[in-house]
Design a protein around this ligand. Structure first.
Ligand code: CA
Length: 236
């Protein structure tokens, strides 16, 4: 028996939601719908869909935060469907983890074609090929599958939060993350504004992974902006 793929559509405009649902159902998919970001995240956790179609301007929790929450522990393909259509907006969406971006007004047939393409790719390549990343000639190695970090081949014990911070920064070397971005992406969307807590996580992380925490190589401060990862990814 072939299992039918499940698509979660998070879209607050009911008319668009119903059109997408009709097209995807006709294509043979099981379709779940949510009309705001919080409901969408809830459904994602409960139903583990195979792909998500995500609007950005959503009540409760905006689409960008839905996406970063999903990306904390899942590689489920996400196609953004948004009226935000500038180049910067599209690049931002892809940078925070979307696999594809469609600008409204959109063609439902094109959306279906893209859903098919992403699911086909997933099928032909079912497990993520890269789960271990190393930097600065193997000095630092991060095994995402095992949630383990090695410094010069010695295992380092990180707290779950420290691991998440390191994972986030190291997956985008050189990209600057503000404190609030880090807190939101690491702690989820219930960010209450105590963004200095991230500084103590960074401090502890440096104590553990930097050979000299006073002159960090990996977790760099970008004055007035936040933090970035300074390691050089090894080619492997
Ligand atoms: Ca909307």
């Amino acid at each position: 028996m072939i299992k039918v793929a499940t698509i979660l559509v998070i879209e607050d405009e009911l008319k668009i939601q119903q059109i997408i649902k009709a097209y995807l159902t006709k294509e043979g998919y099981e379709v779940l719908t949510a009309s705001d970001g919080a409901q969408g995240l809830q459904s994602f956790k409960e139903n583990q869909p195979d792909l998500i179609v995500l609007d950005l301007m959503l009540p409760q929790v905006p689409g960008e935060q839905v996406l970063t929450s999903v990306r904390q522990n899942s590689e489920t393909p996400v196609i953004i469907l948004s009226a935000k259509g500038t180049e910067d907006e599209r690049i931002f969406g892809l940078n925070i983890g979307a696999d594809d971006y469609l600008v409204k007004p959109f063609s439902p047939r094109e959306l279906v074609a893209r859903v098919n393409a992403h699911l086909r790719r997933l099928k032909s390549n079912p497990t993520p090929t890269m789960t271990s990343f190393s930097y600065n000639k193997q000095k630092l190695r991060i095994d995402l599958a095992k949630h383990q970090v090695y410094l010069e081949n010695n295992p380092i014990n990180l707290t779950p939060t420290e691991f998440k911070v390191l994972k986030l920064l190291s997956q985008a070397p050189g990209q600057v993350f503000s404190r609030s971005q880090l807190v939101e992406q690491v702690q989820g969307y219930n960010y209450n504004g105590f963004d200095r807590t991230i500084d103590s996580h960074i401090k502890n992380l440096r104590q553990k992974i930097e050979l000299n925490p006073e002159e960090p190589q990996f977790i760099l401060t970008v004055f007035g902006l936040g933090y970035k990862f300074g390691g050089d990814p090894d080619c492997n």
